[in-house]
Design a protein around this ligand. Structure first.
Ligand code: ZN
Length: 240
């Protein structure tokens, strides 16, 4: 059994399509999406449509929550708001319903899946500080934890009561506890513009992080057409 885990698609259909092709090549049996399907990008409808089509199971992200509770859009910064209003306009009842049915976290096998901190998922607390990751490690009942939200790929291993960041892109699951940030499909912020996702091979017990290229200019052109903030369009190419 292979599960593909993707997060922070952010309405980037070109990036999502490239990831779905890679997932297909890897013969993954299932797709799990860690939220933030909408926001920032130009294709919220297309992304939800494709994820439904491949029967992805999804947990809720903070941008998705803004679709279910539109008054929440006000709490986002001025860069995020235009794309969220655009998404709310183009999504139909069916898509809003799909998002509203997403849970705040999932537990399967020996793993927990959430958009942000899985121990208080409704707080949308990002996990990029070591003390936050350690706080999680001390309380996690599962040997694996998959998250997104920060748009920065990372594998952390709990070793001698400290979170040790690993530099490899593949990790054999076994003796230790791991927290894995699968990075972002549609708006990576770790200096690499390519779409990011993870594959969990449950038979061979390893997790692999992958990056795939996609036709970025096509996404950027649509963002310009929709008059989204220039910074959002430019950051895609820089991966920041
Ligand atoms: Zn996000």
């Amino acid at each position: 059994m292979k599960i593909a885990i993707l997060a922070d698609v952010h309405a980037n259909l070109e990036a999502l399509e490239a990831v779905l092709v890679a997932v297909e090549k890897e013969r993954a049996d299932r797709i799990l999406c860690l939220g933030d399907i909408v926001g920032y990008g130009p294709d919220p409808l297309g992304c939800i449509y494709r994820l439904k089509e491949v029967k992805a199971q999804t947990v809720l992200g903070n941008h998705d929550q803004a679709m279910v509770e539109p008054s929440y859009i006000q709490s986002f910064n001025r860069l995020a708001r235009p794309s969220l209003y655009h998404a709310r306009e183009v999504l139909g009842e069916e898509e809003i319903d799909y998002l509203s049915r997403a849970s705040l976290r999932r537990i399967e096998y020996n793993a927990v899946f959430a958009h942000a901190n899985p121990l208080k998922p409704e707080a949308w607390e990002p996990l990029h500080m070591h003390d936050k990751i350690m706080w999680c490690f001390e309380r996690l009942d599962w040997s694996l934890c998959f998250v997104g939200h920060t748009h920065e790929v990372g594998i952390y291993c709990k070793l001698h009561n400290r979170p040790l960041p690993l530099t490899s892109t593949t990790v054999a699951i076994g003796a230790h506890q791991y927290l894995i940030n699968v990075g972002s499909v549609g708006q990576p912020r770790d200096g690499d513009w390519r779409a990011s996702f993870a594959l969990w091979d449950l038979d061979r017990q390893y997790v692999e992080l992958q990056r795939v290229e996609y036709p970025i200019q096509r996404t950027q052109r649509k963002m310009v057409e929709y008059d989204f903030p220039v910074y959002l369009t430019e950051r895609l190419a820089k991966g920041e």
